[in-house]
Structures are given as structure tokens and as C-alpha cells.
Design a protein around this ligand. Structure first.
Ligand SMILES: CCCCCCCC/C=C\CCCCCCCC(=O)O[C@H]1CC[C@@]2(C)C(=CC[C@H]3[C@@H]4CC[C@H]([C@H](C)CCCC(C)C)[C@@]4(C)CC[C@@H]32)C1
Length: 860
């Protein structure tokens, strides 16, 4: 089928040589075809490896055998739903692309990014599966390592499955090209609720940074590990700094060596992240030592001055001939001078200079860049961004004024916005002092700073000040709300902007930091709803226990086993007592048994269910648990036992298994009579039916699977003896069961705790993407630069869509496979290329004469 499509597209290519008009579409179709085939090939190859693996280990001769069998079974079960979601996202993704005003198609949006990430993950998984197949039985074969790698990637695939599922659901409710589901707080809340069930530790363990290219990966891994060890420092007693430092270094080492612990730690620490921790970690770049190091390695400049904009009224000329007086910002902190940095490669006439040896001056530049730094609204300063600002100043040959606006949570919205526009007006009045004639003024900012650059232009427009000539918003946040979007799902695995930190920044900036009591209550409600929907509450599970890496001795034994006739994976029991009894082979191989009767999932729910938000993803069967780092420490001992015999465990687990079936039946009967009364939604019912069929209808096949999973210390399953645990879902107990009305009431209760936020969000300036038309019309050219692997990708795209819909000049540039914050990172060719591209764009914008051309074009 796919082959015939390729043939068709080749034929179209051939035809296009005759008919030049058909060149464009045929190339696109061909590319898409190739992309789709790449996915199909990946799935096919993985299935092939899994089939072989399942056959090899179907005898379940020992614990390692069982573990391999479990992990292959789990992958096998995951592939189908992942592939279904992938196909559907693949179909719909292009509808959300941005088409530049000049007609160029920008192939980027959160859906596409999720597909890229999925592809990367599948490739990694395939790599480890193939490596395992190739090395098995070889001299240097390490069974534990293989198992750990395959397991880690399979667990991440579980997370991806859930994310793709939600993304797919989002696609069905969002009318293209709308990527955010803003305006529906309820739905956002529910989506956020269900994302709690993604095992995020899987993304931060062995798989950390899997989505990035080889150059970027180690940098982001380093930063994530630094964050994990900094947490230990931050929490520890600050009495003895040396002891503290050594301790965090040791912890850093530990997190490199033990990926599982790292994963759990990062997931835990970024889940309910205190804004003060994020602030402290992100402000590491403010340390004198770091600042000095930056100065040493960066471009040297003649001027790097810190100035203060006094808190006095500023009167500026307005565009209609009059003048406007701006009062200094007052909210939250009262009147205060605002700190700014002036960076200039050459000392220019008029510029202040307090350095040691005065260099010769050069005439004022024609351009000026006013820069706003990023830092999630809560951290960083012009100094922490000086590394690239110094280069900019040299390459663009113009001075840069970087604004140190006040930070949240001490100074929430609108303080920083007021400061930015105030400094802008002050700069208009002090161009000569800044060393410029001001012929070309550019506003530029990254991240939170990108947001300020757009909002400042909007404010200038509203106040009728002279507008900047262009705006450069690098990966900006443009929707200040917790609305979900496909790219925002990336924050579930992002090393720089994890979901918990993003949400804390949001609360800090909008001035809605919830009290501890409110947070506690929100969590209680979350747990109640999830339990009622049948999710295994992550925090109630035992820690994830990674397979123990083998010792060299084990490896050698592994090597010797090669000569055996059976393709066994050696797991040398420590003593004879621990030798596992050989299991009789199951009646059918699990793989064969499950063919055709695999727990196939219903399609994503139609969320337009009579206007009711339904339980997104409630039928997902994946295993869910979120271990706690503290618990994990306790289990370090147990971790060593994973490769040991399961003799003692067998009896209790087997009891658990029969209990499982019992409870399954009981609950199933109860459900039949109660289902309607409870007013469950269609999706819920489907889920129930499915779980019922898991219970009885497919007794033979699921029995195999359940047996395979519960009967060993599975690397997927925590040693959880809860009866009723099936595929990470469980039938809610009597106490956990809630009626739909009760769930509604709980949702209402949580929504009420966001009331304040709602008031703030109605401000027309807080989210530029949703600002009224009159505030956006008449803005100068806005250049939006986004990264394809950035949780805020959709924010940038939606801003461009909005401006285009108002016929505003806008460009959208996508930096492929780069992460958020790329301007602050350095050291790889990919980063250098992206950096050079940004410079080239700004250089063009600073050229005197370009504006005149634009204007005359407009007039004509
Ligand atoms: C599934 C649903 C999801 C819902 C999500 C809700 C989304 C809410 C949306 C909007 C609300 C608020 C948005 C806030 C946006 C923030 C954007 C924003 O401003 O993001 C920036 C935050 C700082 C940072 C991470 C960054 C870039 C570079 C980073 C720096 C690189 C090196 C720096 C290290 C500290 C150096 C350490 C050296 C030491 C010697 C070890 C590091 C990591 C500091 C932090 C920055 C991006």
C-alpha cells in the first residue's frame, strides 16, 4: 500500500518535470510518504525484535528470562496504541502548520514535535533491541545492562503512549490552526490532571535527553544532573559549606552512575517545584565566579556598564506631534530606579565609561537593541545573558541596552511590563547618551524576555510612542495560562523547562502562588479523581526498581554460557537455594495468544461530548507509578535482589494473582448494575467494558499476560501486591468509587481555587496571543524564532498565526531540533549555526534603508 503510494508519488515527480506547477505538492507528498514509511519501518522492526525476544524467553526458565519476557510483552502491548495515535497525529499535524505571509509553509507545530520525539524514542528502543539481539551470548554481553536499557526505553514509551493519546485527543477538540486549548479552563485542568499519571522519571533516567542531537544531549544532561544535585545542596543544612559542596559533588556522581535514582529525583523535584528553588538554581549564573568566567571566555567589549534609570516622570514625543508623560512603575515595590546594562563593543561618542583605560571613541551607531532577558519571570539578569550580548554587540556593531526588570514572585504582573515600557521611553529620550542616533531600534528578548519584547511594542503602540522598527522574540511565552498544547506536553520530559517549574513560574508571575493548604487540597482532589477513574495513584506505589547491573564475574559467566545449546540469558543465582524452578511453558506463547485479542483501545474520545469534558485517556492500560526518591533509597537493597530467585515471592504473588481475578470478577458484576446509575461517560464505559473483557472475555490471553507480569519481580511493575492491579489500572475500591456528580463537585472545588488567576488572566496585556485586535494592529514587524523541541513552540506559532490573521507583518523561523534557551547554550556546531542565523536576521533588520523599502512597498 505504502509502496504503491511511493510509486504514485514518483510518477508525480516524473510528471512534474513536464508540468512545473506540480513540483511543490509532489515533493511534499513524497516527503510525507517517506516520513510515514520511516515510522512503519520502525514499528515493523521493533515488532520483529520483540517477537524473537518473546519466543526466546517464553520458557521463563529463570528470573532474567521472566524479566525479558515481561518487558517484551509490555512493548508488544504498547506498540499498537502508540502506532494508532502516531498515525492519527501524523494525518492531522500539517493542518496546524504556519504559512508565512509570503506563502512559505513552515513545517512545525507541537504535534510534529511530538512525532519527532516519538521517532527518536522508537529508534533508541530499536537500537537497544538490535544490540541485544546481536550481542546476546557474546563474550562481552551484559544481560543486566541490556535489560536495563530496553526497560528504560520501554517505560519511556509508556509515557509517550499516554502523551500521544492526550495529544490526539487535543487534536480532535482544537480547530486548526489553534494549538492551545485556551479559554476552557476546565479542560486544561483535566488534561493537567491526567498528565500527572505519566511516569516522568522514565524520561529523566537512562533516557535523559534522548530527544536531542548528539551534541546538545550531553549539555542538557549535565544541566539536569546539576539541577538534581543542586537540590541536595539547597535542602541541606548550610552550616558547613565545604561539607555541603563535597556532598553535592558526590550526589552529582551518584546521579550520573545511577540513572534510575536520577530519574526519580528529577521527576520528584520538578513535580511540586518551589519557585524559590527554581529561582536559586537559575540564578547560579549570577554567582561572581560564573560571571567572571563568562567575561573571560566571551567577546571583550569596551563598554559594559550598569546604569540606573531614575524613578522620575519621563516625557517623550508622541507620534501625533504631542508628548506623553510616563510615571515610574509603582505596583508591588513602590518607586524604585530600574537597573539596565549598556553593552557596546566600541566606546561611542556620548556613552558613559567608568573603566580603567579609556579607549578611543567612535561615532554613534545608527542602531540600538533594547534587550529583555529570559529566566521564567523569576530569575536571571542582563548579566547572565551577557555572554551572547557581547557577541551581538560586536557582530551587529551597535550598542545594546539590556533591562533588569523586577522579578516575580516579589514583583508579579504588571510590574515588569511597566518597567520595560518605562525604560523604552527613557531610552528614546537618551539616544545620544546610549551612543546611537536611533535610526533603527530593535526590541529583542528570549523566553520570558521574548514575551516582554512583544508586550513592550504593544504598550508603545497604545501610548502612541515611536514604535521600534522590528521585534525579535526568541522562543517567547505568549500565553500566560496553564492551557495545554501539544508542545507543552514536551515539558513532561524537558530537562530545562519541566512542567512543575513552568507551572510555578506561571503562578509567580500572575501573583497567584497557592497557599500550602490549597496545594494540599488540590492534591487530595487529584488523587481522589484519579483513583475513582481507576488510575493507580503514582505516589501510592512502591519504587521502580531497576535491574541490577551485572558484575564482571556475572558477565564472564554470561560469556561462558554461549556454549550452551539453549539461548539462555545467564542469571547466576547466588546460592543453590535461589535457583529458580524451571517453569512449564505456557499453553500458547503470550505473543501468539494475544494476537488478534490484544487489548485494543477505543479511539480517542470525542471531547465534544455534549459540551462535557470527558475523562481523557481513562482507558489507557499502561502501567503507572511514580516512585519516590526517598522510598527508592530504602529499596536500594532490594534493587540488588532483582536478579535473585523469586522463590519466596512466588507464593504471595500467586495469591495476589488469584485475588486479582477474584476482585476482577466481583467488581465486574458490581459494575454491570452500577454503570448506568453512575452516569459514566461513553469513554468511561468503554474503559469499563474493556477492563471487564480483560477480566473475563479474554481470560486465556490476559491470564498469560497477567501471569507473566505479576509472577516475577518485573522491571515494569513495582513490587505491588495490590489485588486488582491490571496494566496500571485498577478497579476502584468501594471507598474510592465516586459518582459523576461527586467528581463534578470536586472539579468545581479545584476550579474555584483558581479564581484569582482568572481575574489576572483577563488583563488584555498579560497574554499577547489573546490580546484584543486593536492592541495588536499597527505593530511593527515581529520576528518570532522558535525551537522545534521547546515546550513553548506552540506559543510562538500561535502568536505568528494571530498576527497574520490581523494582516500584521510577522515572520516565523524554526530552529530544528534545538531546545528552549539555545541562546544561553554554546559549544556545538548546531548551536553555532542557529546563533549565526539569528545574527544574520538582526543584521538585516539593523540596516538603514530596509525600513524605507518596506514602507514604500506597503504604500505601493
Ligand atoms: C501539559 C501541560 C503543560 C502546561 C504547562 C504550563 C505552561 C505555562 C506557560 C506559561 C507560563 C510561564 C512560562 C514561563 C516561561 C519561562 C521561559 C523562560 O524564561 O525560560 C528560561 C528559564 C531559565 C533557563 C532554563 C532558560 C534558558 C537557559 C537556562 C540556563 C542555561 C545554563 C544555566 C545554568 C544555571 C548554568 C549552570 C552552571 C553551573 C556552573 C552548573 C541555566 C540552566 C539557567 C536557567 C536558564 C530558559
Amino acid at each position: 500500500m505504502a509502496d504503491s503510494n511511493v510509486l504514485k508519488s514518483l510518477y508525480r515527480d516524473f510528471k512534474s518535470q513536464i508540468d512545473p506547477k506540480s513540483i511543490q505538492p509532489s515533493v511534499t507528498v513524497y516527503d510525507r510518504e517517506k516520513e510515514m514509511m520511516a515510522f512503519q519501518k520502525l514499528f515493523r522492526d521493533i515488532r520483529l525484535q520483540v517477537d524473537v525476544g518473546l519466543k526466546l524467553h517464553q520458557m521463563r526458565r529463570n528470573t532474567v528470562d521472566s524479566q525479558f519476557h515481561d518487558v517484551f510483552t509490555e512493548i508488544d502491548l504498547l506498540l499498537e496504541p502508540v502506532e494508532t495515535a502516531q498515525q492519527s497525529i501524523f494525518e492531522g499535524a500539517p493542518k496546524f502548520d504556519f504559512v508565512q505571509p509570503d506563502g512559505t509553509h513552515v513545517k512545525a507545530n507541537g504535534f510534529r514535535s511530538l512525532l519527532c520525539v516519538l521517532k527518536e524514542l522508537l529508534s533508541c528502543l530499536l537500537y537497544y533491541l538490535q544490540k541485544y539481539a546481536r550481542d546476546r551470548g557474546g563474550l562481552f554481553y551484559n544481560a543486566a545492562d541490556s535489560l536495563s536499557n530496553i526497560t528504560a526505553h520501554a517505560r519511556a514509551l509508556q509515557g509517550m503512549e499516554r502523551i500521544c493519546y492526550h495529544a490526539n485527543a487535543l487534536m480532535t477538540v482544537n480547530d486548526s490552526p489553534n494549538l492551545h486549548n485556551s479559554g476552557d479552563m476546565r479542560r486544561s485542568l483535566l488534561s493537567l490532571l491526567y498528565t500527572e499519571t505519566v511516569c516522568r522519571d522514565a524520561f529523566y533516567g537512562r533516557c535523559l535527553g534522548f530527544q536531542y542531537s548528539q551534541g546538545l544531549k550531553p549539555i542538557l544532561q549535565f544541566l539536569a544532573i546539576a539541577m538534581a544535585s543542586y537540590e541536595d545542596w539547597y535542602k541541606g543544612t548550610k552550616d558547613d559549606p565545604i561539607k555541603q559542596l563535597l556532598n553535592s559533588l558526590l550526589k552529582g556522581g551518584k546521579y550520573i552512575q545511577h540513572p534510575t535514582q536520577r530519574g526519580v529525583k528529577i521527576a520528584e523535584l520538578t513535580d511540586d517545584c518551589s519557585i524559590y528553588f527554581a529561582k536559586a538554581f537559575w540564578s547560579l549564573t549570577e554567582q561572581t565566579a560564573v560571571k567572571t568566567a563568562v567575561k573571560l571566555v566571551s567577546q571583550s567589549v569596551d563598554v559594559s556598564e550598569t546604569l540606573e534609570v531614575p524613578a522620575k516622570n519621563v516625557t517623550v514625543d508622541s507620534v501625533n506631534g504631542g508628548s506623553v508623560t510616563l510615571q515610574p512603575p509603582f505596583s508591588d515595590l513602590g518607586y524604585r530606579p530600574i537597573s539596565v546594562s549598556l553593552i557596546s563593543h566600541k566606546l561611542r561618542d556620548g556613552q558613559p565609561f567608568t573603566g580603567y583605560k579609556r579607549p578611543p571613541t567612535v561615532p554613534p551607531s545608527t542602531g540600538l537593541i533594547i534587550h529583555f532577558h529570559g529566566g521564567g519571570f523569576v530569575a536571571q539578569s542582563s548579566k547572565s545573558h551577557e555572554f551572547y550580548l557581547r557577541w551581538w554587540s560586536k557582530e551587529l556593531d551597535c550598542p545594546i541596552l539590556s533591562v533588569d526588570y523586577s522579578l516575580a514572585p516579589e514583583a508579579p504582573y504588571p510590574r515588569a511590563v511597566d518597567e520595560c515600557i518605562f525604560v523604552y521611553a527613557w531610552a528614546l529620550n537618551n539616544l545620544a547618551f546610549l551612543g546611537t542616533t536611533g535610526e533603527r531600534i530593535i526590541l529583542a528578548g528570549d523566553s520570558a524576555g521574548g514575551y516582554f519584547s512583544i508586550v513592550t511594542a504593544m504598550k508603545a503602540k497604545q501610548l502612541k510612542l515611536r514604535l521600534p522598527d522590528q521585534v525579535f522574540a526568541y522562543y517567547p511565552a505568549t500565553l500566560i495560562s496553564s492551557a495545554v498544547s501539544p508542545s507543552r506536553f514536551l515539558s513532561l520530559m524537558d530537562p530545562l523547562l519541566p512542567i512543575g517549574i513552568l507551572l510555578s513560574c506561571l503562578q509567580a508571575y500572575t501573583g497567584c502562588l497557592a497557599s500550602e493548604e490549597v496545594q494540599k487540597r488540590r492534591k487530595e482532589i487529584r488523587d481522589k479523581i484519579l483513583a475513582a477513574k481507576g488510575y493507580v495513584i503514582p505516589s501510592t506505589c512502591d519504587p521502580y526498581v531497576a535491574p541490577k547491573p551485572q558484575t564482571r564475574w556475572d558477565k564472564m559467566k554470561g560469556g561462558f554460557q554461549r556454549s550452551q545449546t539453549t539461548p539462555e540469558v545467564p542469571s547466576a543465582p547466588k546460592d543453590s537455594k535461589a535457583a529458580p524452578p524451571a517453569r512449564p511453558p505456557p499453553p500458547k506463547s503470550t505473543r501468539n495468544a494475544s494476537v488478534g485479542s490484544k487489548p485494543s483501545r477505543p479511539p480517542p474520545p470525542s471531547l465534544k461530548n455534549g459540551g462535557k469534558a470527558v475523562s481523557i485517556g481513562s482507558e489507557s492500560p499502561s502501567v503507572l507509578f511514580k516512585p519516590s526518591a526517598a522510598k527508592l533509597e530504602e529499596h536500594e537493597e532490594e534493587e540488588n535482589e532483582v536478579f535473585e530467585s523469586k522463590d519466596e515471592k512466588t507464593s504471595s504473588i500467586e495469591t495476589g494473582q488469584s485475588e486479582t481475578q477474584e476482585s476482577c470478577k466481583e467488581e465486574g458484576e458490581e459494575k454491570e448494575s452500577e454503570g448506568d446509575e453512575q452516569g459514566l461517560t461513553e469513554v468511561d464505559l468503554k474503559a469499563e467494558q474493556q477492563s471487564d473483557s480483560n477480566c473475563t472475555g479474554q481470560a486465556e490471553t490476559q491470564e498469560d499476560h497477567r501471569q507473566s507480569i505479576t509472577s516475577s519481580a518485573s522491571p515494569f511493575f513495582p513490587k505491588h501486591k495490590s489485588p486488582g492491579l491490571r496494566f496500571g489500572m485498577k478497579v476502584p475500591s468501594k471507598e474510592e468509587t465516586l459518582s459523576e456528580e461527586e467528581i463534578e463537585a470536586l472539579i468545581e472545588e479545584v476550579m474555584a481555587t483558581f479564581d484569582d488567576a482568572d481575574i489576572t488572566l483577563k488583563d488584555p496585556f498579560i497574554s499577547p496571543v489573546n490580546s484584543p485586535d486593536e492592541l495588536l494592529k499597527g505593530l511593527p514587524l515581529i520576528n518570532i524564532i522558535v525551537c522545534s523541541l521547546d515546550p513553548l513552540l506552540d506559543d510562538g506559532i500561535m502568536m505568528a498565526q494571530r498576527l497574520k490573521s490581523l494582516d500584521q507583518p510577522v515572520t516565523l523561523t524554526v530552529m530544528e531540533n534545538l531546545s528552549h534557551g539555545y541562546l544561553s547554550l554554546t559549544g556545538t556546531e548546531q548551536l553555532n549555526a542557529a546563533y549565526a542565523k539569528s545574527i544574520a536576521m538582526m543584521k538585516q533588520a539593523l540596516m538603514v534603508g530596509v525600513q524605507q523599502e518596506n514602507n514604500s512597498e506597503k504604500e505601493s
